[in-house]
Design a protein around this ligand. Structure first.
Ligand code: GLU
Length: 277
């Protein structure tokens, strides 16, 4: 093959192709061809204050954190494609490469670290219980043993109930937390258990005003991490982005904007790599 006429345009195409190859196998969804590049990010769609899809768009703390990270990686907000990543689907979605990273109230655990890597942590939450406002029968976590609880398949919340918090409780597992809320309202269940950060968002919904309350038990530490494919070099880049988000004040701003309305008193920003047991 003779390379007689390599025009500037074809040289540029060649250079781009080389760059794209060099980016590695987990770079499928971001074509390097300029304006049309996209990044696919996994979030929750039904957790107000955390990750929510509404007719107006996407909102929540995880959405703000993910948007900030994407910007540091070179993507504008309109280049983000949001995908719903339900609790039980997260590891598989990362392993399959359906999404570049996941910001979805995703606790860092040793079991999950066998399958995926985590950047962060970027938030420390605690498992709590949401009960009906007129229910005063749950005074301590051990009272949960005689109750009907709802939580989500594939979550640490459901696992913790079975393993340590209330092994005798009657636990119903649904695919999403929002699915548990109807059951709580019509008394099919006595409590919805998951992170206080999530429960505060539900309790503050206009449609539930005065109906539910948080028990106020800080039963576990939930260190939220950004999930990436195992071995991905994104982990280091995302850690750098998270550090910047805290130091430039954007983290605090996102906390106030998203947790303020629910009156959720969050913990201070965790240090990268500091996973609370
Ligand atoms: N943070 C917990 C977890 O990662 C509960 C919330 C959730 O399911 O997203 O499992």
């Amino acid at each position: 093959m003779k390379l007689r006429k390599v025009t500037a345009a074809s040289a540029a195409v060649l250079a781009l192709a080389v760059t794209a190859t060099a980016c590695g196998s987990d770079d499928k969804d971001s074509s390097s061809s300029g304006g049309d590049k996209k990044i696919t990010i996994g979030i929750k769609f039904d957790q107000p204050g955390i990750g929510q899809k509404t007719p107006q768009g996407y909102s929540g703390f995880d959405v703000d954190v993910a948007t900030y990270i994407a910007k540091q990686l070179g993507y504008k907000a309109d280049q983000i494609e949001w995908k719903e990543s339900k609790s039980a689907d997260r590891e598989t979605m990362l392993q399959r490469g359906d999404v570049k990273f996941i910001a979805a109230s995703y606790s860092i655990t040793p079991e999950r670290q066998e399958k995926v890597d985590f950047a962060g942590p970027y938030l420390l939450a605690h498992q709590d219980v949401l009960v009906r406002a007129d229910d005063n029968s749950i005074k301590s976590p051990s009272d949960l043993n005689s109750k009907k609880l709802c939580s989500v398949t594939g979550s640490t919340s459901a696992q913790n109930v079975k393993d340590k918090l209330a092994p005798k409780a009657n636990l119903l597992k649904y695919p999403t937390y929002s699915a548990c809320l109807t059951g709580l309202q019509n008394k099919a269940i006595d409590g919805l258990t998951t992170d206080d950060s999530i429960l505060a968002g539900y309790a503050a919904q206009a449609s539930f005003k005065g109906k539910f309350k948080l028990a106020g038990f800080k039963m576990t530490n939930e260190n939220y991490g950004i999930g990436v494919k195992k071995g991905s070099d994104l982990k280091a880049k995302i850690n750098t982005a998270l550090e910047k988000m805290v130091s430039d004040g954007a983290w605090e701003k996102a906390v106030t904007a998203n947790f303020g309305p629910a009156n959720y008193k969050n913990e201070p920003a965790p240090k990268i790599g500091d996973i609370k047991k």
